[in-house]
Design a protein. Structure first.
Length: 368
């Protein structure tokens, strides 16, 4: 077994509990410290999960025993906190998005290169059993040559259920920056990087009215597009269509993701989950076939962090990389710009298609 790497959390919001559970599925990770601007939150999380240290952000960054900082702050703080951790000589794994714009994203990657540390970033759901099974089916030629893809995130918006939906409608929010990373990361995992985009986007309603219990009746100004319809040209040849929306009030029957090949169609599960179902319909067949999962679905958020730790220990690239997250950020920024400017945009960034996980790994391991 590889030597354990120590992880310190910065940010103890709702998602931090899922990361604690997910990280503890892998022996290579040891969670040693909790930090938050609200120290009471940090104390509560540490007590609930048996974490030995509670400290300020500065104390955590100065702790020489911590190898990796898990950055679970709000999106607007992602770049600042990641840069602070990198300058302190820590590896960083960040919740999505990597940053709110590509300028900050580049700064993070450049700082990490100077310091000789790694950057990883959510989402890591493409490492779950559902999307890994889809990858194997494509790589094994089960749908022939991929020619096209569709992806749809059709939602009525978070104001009906989220206790604090305001930031979803601020700059840097909206359906594209909120859910786009799951869909774009899944598509890149399956088909590779994207070279050109265009889109149409709109703000459908100038304000939203919260109906969740915590903010009931509050009027929320909308400062970012809430419906984005994009076209994606993949370097390998396929053409993709992607819609992300908070404006679908009556529901939708559209699939999450489908990949179309010369010999069949692959129905991909929700990219915000780690499981199936995975369905395949070959050319000439009348019925869809549910495919058995080739990889374990028994993982949670944090598998990307664990994979980065194995990469650090073993000297191999990690899969949920900063370069992948930067490419996704570049795509999202470019999709919004393409609509504003009424043109196609060539994508300056690229990334390696993440390596598929080996088949047959025992739960709790990521290397043979």
């Amino acid at each position: 077994m590889s030597e354990k790497l120590s992880v310190g959390f910065i940010g103890c919001g709702n998602i931090s509990g899922a990361y604690v559970k997910g990280c503890r599925l892998f022996d290579i990770l040891e969670i040693t410290a909790m930090s938050d601007l609200d120290m009471q939150k940090a104390r509560e999380m540490a007590q609930k999960h048996g974490i030995p240290k509670v400290c300020t952000v500065d104390e955590l960054l100065a702790d020489g025993d911590i190898d990796i900082v898990l950055n679970l702050t709000i999106p607007a703080a992602h770049a600042e906190v990641s840069l602070q951790a990198i300058e302190a000589g820590k590896h960083v794994y960040c919740e999505k998005p990597l940053a709110l714009d590509t300028a900050d994203g580049r700064a993070i990657l450049e700082a990490a290169a100077r310091q000789g540390v790694r950057v990883g970033c959510a989402p890591d759901t493409f490492l779950g059993g559902g999307l890994q099974t889809c990858r194997k089916l494509i790589d094994d030629g089960e749908i022939g040559e991929p020619v096209a893809a569709t992806a749809f995130m059709m939602s009525g918006g978070p104001e009906s259920w989220h206790p604090n939906p305001v930031f979803y409608y601020a700059a840097g929010g909206g359906p594209l920056f909120d859910m786009g990373p799951y869909y774009l990361t899944a598509l890149i995992h399956l088909l590779g990087p994207i070279t050109r985009v265009t889109s149409a986007a709109r703000v459908s309603f100038a304000e939203r009215i919260a109906t969740s219990e915590a903010r009931y009746g509050e009027r929320i100004p909308v400062q970012t597009p809430t419906h984005v319809a994009g076209l994606l040209d993949f370097a390998a040849g396929p053409v993709g269509t992607m819609i992300t929306s908070f404006d679908i009030k009556g529901g939708s029957e559209l699939p999450r993701i489908e990949i179309y090949g010369s010999q069949g169609t692959l129905s991909v599960p929700d990219p915000n989950t780690f499981k199936g179902p995975v369905r395949l319909k070959r050319a000439g067949e009348k019925e869809w076939q549910e495919m058995p999962l080739t990889h374990s679905p028994h993982v949670l958020r944090g598998i990307g962090l664990a994979d980065m730790a194995y990469g650090i220990a073993g000297g191999r690239p990690h899969r949920a990389s900063g370069e992948l997250a930067y490419h996704v950020l570049d795509l999202m920024e470019s999709l919004l710009a393409a609509s504003d400017e009424g043109r196609h945009i060539m994508i300056a960034s690229t990334c390696a298609r993440p390596a598929a996980l080996p088949v047959g790994l025992p739960d709790g391991t990521l290397d043979n």
